[in-house]
Design a protein around this ligand. Structure first.
Ligand code: DON
Length: 302
């Protein structure tokens, strides 16, 4: 496994020049475009990695996966009366569909849907931000998981689009808590920093029917693990989810910090990180790495 990861990183990392580091959140724009890492966590938890796989980065939208699991656990099927399960066919931060569809986001991993999920967490946990970071630390089996305060304040300052999405949903009665509290939670979960190693380890339960394969703890039901993987297969790579299914064939989630996680049911988790993004907001080098890893190891679920 190690030689494969080393070789693929050498093969693909120079393609960072074909992407652009996200700068609509100014603090993210300061990260070096040349950093790149990859990690594979098999079900036994012995993570293997190459490059900058132990460097923390901003998890951004990958946080939507953890938040969704927490919300599903808390309110069960009523969640799906407030958010859909279809691909949006729009950019991750699009607002255009939301009014047509009466403030019900298409799915929980576009920004509108993640804000809805954040509302559930704010409304159902007495301290949602610390519950969220506690959940990440438990899953990573590592206390060293923190929010980057600079990224957090940068997003708070430049969060008008997310505020607009949240207020529009509020006007339809689909956001229950105060919008500033929802935005605060959402930005703080996006600002969490983790390494490829920690992320791959954390998501093993989704590859193992909801059970953490190392600790044996049931993190979510097998049905919820199935449902999260289904949402990630159809919508996790935003408006490139179809192409990702076509070329890779794994449930996956990207973030504008340049991370991508891909779940390999019954086998493990792959995580890549390289900051420069393509036009859809997915890491250029990460897409290439995961496609080759899936090809080399025959990982497609289809
Ligand atoms: O809300 C935002 O725009 C960011 N905090 C997260 C967006 C994101 O990561 C989309 N991913 N590709």
């Amino acid at each position: 496994m190690q030689p494969l990861l080393d070789n693929l990183l050498v093969k693909h990392r120079e393609h960072y020049v074909h992407g652009t580091v996200a700068n609509y959140i100014p603090a993210l724009g300061e990260v070096s475009p040349q950093l790149a890492g990859v990690a594979i966590a098999p079900l036994n938890g012995d993570v293997v990695g190459a490059g900058d796989w132990q460097t923390p980065f901003s998890i951004q939208s990958i946080s939507k996966v953890f938040a969704l699991v927490m919300a599903m656990q808390r309110i069960g099927d009523t969640l799906w009366q407030r958010v859909g399960m279809e691909p949006s066919g729009q950019a991750f931060n699009s607002i255009i569909q939301l009014e047509w569809e009466q403030g019900i986001p298409r799915n929980p991993v576009i920004n509108a849907g993640a804000l809805l999920v954040a509302d559930v967490l704010v409304s159902h946990f007495s301290a949602s931000q610390s519950a969220f970071s506690h959940f990440l630390r438990k899953l990573a089996q590592d206390e060293h998981v923190f929010a980057d305060q600079r990224v957090l304040s940068s997003e708070l300052e430049h969060g008008s689009r997310n505020a607009a999405l949240a207020y529009l949903m509020k006007s339809f009665g689909n956001i229950h808590a105060d919008v500033p509290a929802v935005l605060n939670h959402y930005f703080s979960q996006c600002a969490m920093t983790m390494t490829c190693q920690q992320l791959a380890r954390s998501l093993l339960f989704l590859a193992n029917r909801g059970v953490d394969p190392v600790t044996g703890e049931q993190i979510c039901s097998a049905q919820d693990a199935h449902r999260v993987n289904a949402i990630l297969s159809t919508s996790g790579m935003y408006d490139q989810s179809g192409e990702f299914a076509f070329s890779v064939g794994l449930p996956a989630k990207s973030g504008v910090g340049g991370g991508i996680v891909a779940i390999v049911p019954q086998q493990g988790v792959v995580c890549t990180w390289s900051p420069p993004l393509n036009a859809q907001g997915n890491s250029v080098v990460g897409m290439r790495l995961i496609a080759d890893i899936a090809q080399a190891l025959g990982l497609s679920i289809y």
